[in-house]
Design a protein around this ligand. Structure first.
Ligand SMILES: N[C@@H](CCC(=O)N[C@@H](CS)C(=O)NCC(=O)O)C(=O)O
Length: 214
């Protein structure tokens, strides 16, 4: 049995759920024992980060490590192409998301609550995020012919968050047309489509919980 420690509105948790769905695996999903950022959860996962996955005696955190593990443990259907160059490109896409694009989105979360709005800071961060979106668009277009894989797992959840925050914080975040076209292709993948049907309401629910209309 695969156990996933996760929360519904986290893009990184959605990324792992997309991998699980793509590989048609069953899993049990639990919130972190003791709660988000609790000491009890840190006894399992020292850094306290979500998601974490338990399987066959292994407990591992970090979405990318988890997805690579799923690929190794359950190779079919594959999330990595064959051939070292395409595998490297696929991994680079995933790393770009995790180390460049999502951190630029994350920088905006402290301003979501109405009492914390700072228009000048939001405008600066929205500009940085738009630059990352432009870079993402170029990276994804360069690899447009590759089949769905590891480097695609996180983009639809992150773009959903960007749209939700754009609606709340202002229209400064620009999703380039080529990236919108790539997103449409991603959404036609059944694993992504199924996850997004749960994920979008979870994002709206979180926004409502902090007093914001999504
Ligand atoms: N790069 C990590 C990022 C995971 C991450 O930051 N998760 C957030 C939830 S979306 C979290 O656990 N934040 C709480 C913390 O880091 O203390 C991954 O891919 O798993």
């Amino acid at each position: 049995m695969i156990r996933l420690y996760a929360i519904p509105h986290s893009g990184y948790c959605a990324k792992v759920r997309i991998a699980l769905r793509f590989k048609q695996l069953d899993w049990e999903e639990l919130p972190p024992p003791g709660g988000y950022r609790s000491e009890r959860y840190r006894r399992l996962v020292p850094a306290g980060n979500l998601p974490a996955l338990e399987h066959d005696g292994l407990l591992i955190a970090d979405s990318e490590a988890i997805c690579e593990y799923l690929e190794d443990a359950f190779p079919e259907p594959p999330l990595l192409p064959s051939g070292p160059a395409d595998r490297a490109r696929m991994r680079a896409r995933a790393r770009f998301h995790d180390t460049r694009l999502e951190p630029a989105l994350r920088a905006l979360y402290p301003f979501v609550r109405p009492a914390a709005r700072d228009p000048a800071a939001i405008a600066t961060l929205a500009h940085v995020l738009s630059e990352r979106l432009d870079q993402a668009s170029r990276i994804l277009s360069e690899n447009a012919g590759m089949p769905f894989g590891l480097g695609d797992l996180a983009f639809a959840p992150t773009l959903a968050w960007i749209r939700a925050l754009s609606a709340v914080l202002g229209p400064g975040m620009v999703v380039p047309p080529a990236l919108r076209a790539h997103e449409a292709r991603l959404l036609s993948e059944p694993a992504v489509k199924a996850e997004m049907a749960h994920f979008r309401p979870a994002v709206a629910g979180w926004l409502a919980s902090v007093g914001v209309e999504g």
